[in-house]
Design a protein around this ligand. Structure first.
Ligand code: FRU
Length: 500
């Protein structure tokens, strides 16, 4: 057998073994009460970053970082799901397994693009060269191609980007290419850091043929306390401006912000294709103010929408689902819009097809604590509109079980203008509070909440802020309570059960 054929067989074999390991326990994993119903999760074992989010042959494709042999991070594969509507997802065979010398220690994150009716994946080949995992590593960029969107073959020219030029770049930390095409040229923006690993940066390469890439420049670099390494960059146009998304490591807490292990956020600016730089960009803003959100990636779909999905977990966080054979989930897909210079993040409307058993109330006065018949559950959607003119505090307690002393609380302190999510009594897992400043518009506040078996996602106002958390309560913790200091008026509340 020739070497190329042998390499291909080895890849197929590695995929097969990974798949077998997942298939062995997947039926049992999905029985568990914390297993999510309408979020993408691994059928079994480990998941981190979304990768290769793309639109191909009339379907959305999403890949993710996957270790098929255990519920912990390990040798990274790319697992694969696809969907016609971003709501119902089908698990596909594993797409990439480490099988070559240039990706021997993992097929790390990357992206996908349709080219000539083929789906092309660009990913980072991760290789460890010594005992210090922070210094002794080689990261290069590689490509795999599929005709049918199911079986992916690594190309012979790999790695197509072998490293960074001389300059203020750490030669090891160089990962997570996001590829796109603009006026007949392919571009890839890649995560990087300075030589001394003190400032994160995103670097740009370009190519005419996808196999030969030239370095352009640094697109943007961290300012003060904007991170020591930027992972998973994404750059795209939105309503005439450009958004640069990055996932920085090493940001220190400031006031109520940056208390997670790593952060994910964005800059709004103008990308200059001649120079390859993001210009006129403003402050770094978080994409999500909760506990569990990292490494998001976007796709531009056939309706001209920019959709984002993030990893709904956080590095170094205890993940109590591990005991039941799995860890990791994706957020619901979120629609990005830019209005009046501000990024708005909203749940995609397609999720509406999951709604069952609508319950509606109008003009409810809340003084003290209140519950509403049939407003409860652990796999539900809630839409609320509040008038907080006469209140100093409003709170909604979810997944409540008074006997077990469990609750997850979203509260808004009107005097401080601070919205907080408290998971100190949410059951198992890491505790804490995350907060964000929020200003009322004409004393009104809208909340749009998605609860799944072990997650809560809260969209505030017109999508100005989002807060996401994983929670691990008892199966019986299902009540919802509303609370006001002073008098709050719930102008309307709608609740739906969500079933897939
Ligand atoms: C982000 C990240 C990426 C890397 C991948 C490895 O969460 O660290 O930078 O490619 O995860 O699994």
């Amino acid at each position: 057998m020739n070497t190329k054929k042998f390499a291909r067989m080895r890849h197929i074999n590695d995929i097969h073994n990974g798949q077998k390991s997942v298939d062995k326990i997947k039926d049992q994993v999905k029985q568990h009460p914390w297993y999510l119903r309408y979020h993408v999760s691994p059928p079994a074992n480990w998941m981190n970053d979304p990768t290769g989010f793309s639109y191909f042959n009339d379907e959305y494709h999403l890949f993710y970082q996957h270790y098929p042999y255990d519920h912990i991070w390990g040798l990274m594969h790319w697992a694969h799901v696809k969907s016609k509507d971003l709501v119902h997802w089908e698990h596909m065979p594993i797409a990439l397994a480490p099988s070559e010398s240039y990706d021997a220690d993992g097929c790390f994150s990357g992206s996908a693009i349709e080219i000539d009716k083929k789906l092309l994946l660009m990913y980072t080949g991760h290789v460890i060269t010594g005992p210090n995992s922070d210094e002794d590593l080689i990261e290069t960029q590689a490509i795999a191609i599929s005709n049918d969107g199911v079986v992916f073959e690594k190309i012979d020219e790999n790695p197509v980007i072998k490293g960074l030029p001389e300059g203020d770049f750490h030669q090891g930390h160089f990962r997570d290419p996001k590829i796109w095409k603009y006026e007949n040229t392919y571009y890839a923006i890649i995560g990087s850091t300075t030589k001394d690993q003190t400032k994160g940066q995103a670097v740009l390469f370009k190519s005419n043929n996808l196999t030969e890439w030239v370095f352009v420049t640094t697109v943007a670099k961290a300012g003060n306390n904007q991170g020591t390494m930027w992972e998973c960059p994404d750059l795209f146009e939105l309503n005439g401006k450009h958004i640069l998304i990055v996932s920085p490591q090493g940001i220190s807490p400031e006031d109520v912000y940056y208390h997670n292990h790593h952060q994910s956020g964005f800059f709004i600016g103008d990308f200059d294709y001649d120079e390859g730089r993001l210009k006129n960009y403003n402050a770094f803003n978080l994409l999500d103010y909760g506990f569990d959100f990292y490494a998001p990636q976007t796709v531009y779909d056939k309706y001209g929408r920019r959709i984002l999905i993030g990893w709904m977990n956080m590095w170094e966080s205890e993940m109590p689902t591990k005991k039941f054979g799995w860890a990791g989930a994706m957020t619901i897909p979120r629609l990005l819009e830019l209005k009046d210079g501000r990024l708005k993040i909203l749940p995609i409307p397609e999720l509406g097809i999951l709604r069952k058993n609508e319950v509606i109330y109008k003009d409810i006065i809340i003084k003290g604590e209140l519950s509403l018949p049939k407003v409860d559950g652990d796999c539900i959607e809630l839409e609320l509109e509040l008038d907080l003119k006469d209140a100093s505090l409003f709170a909604i307690k979810m997944r409540v079980n008074e006997v077990e002393n469990e609750e997850t609380v979203l509260s808004y302190d009107i005097t401080k203008g601070l919205i907080s999510l408290d998971r100190n009594r949410s059951g198992e897992g890491v505790k804490g509070i995350r907060s964000a400043e929020y200003e009322l518009n004409d004393n009104k506040m809208k909340l749009h909440i998605f609860i799944d078996k072990s997650s809560i996602e809260i969209f505030i106002g017109e999508g100005e802020k989002v807060m996401t958390t994983r929670i691990f309560p008892k199966e019986t913790s299902k009540s919802i309570l509303f609370l006001a200091k002073g008098k709050a008026k719930m102008l309307s509340i709608s609740k739906w059960d969500l079933s897939i």
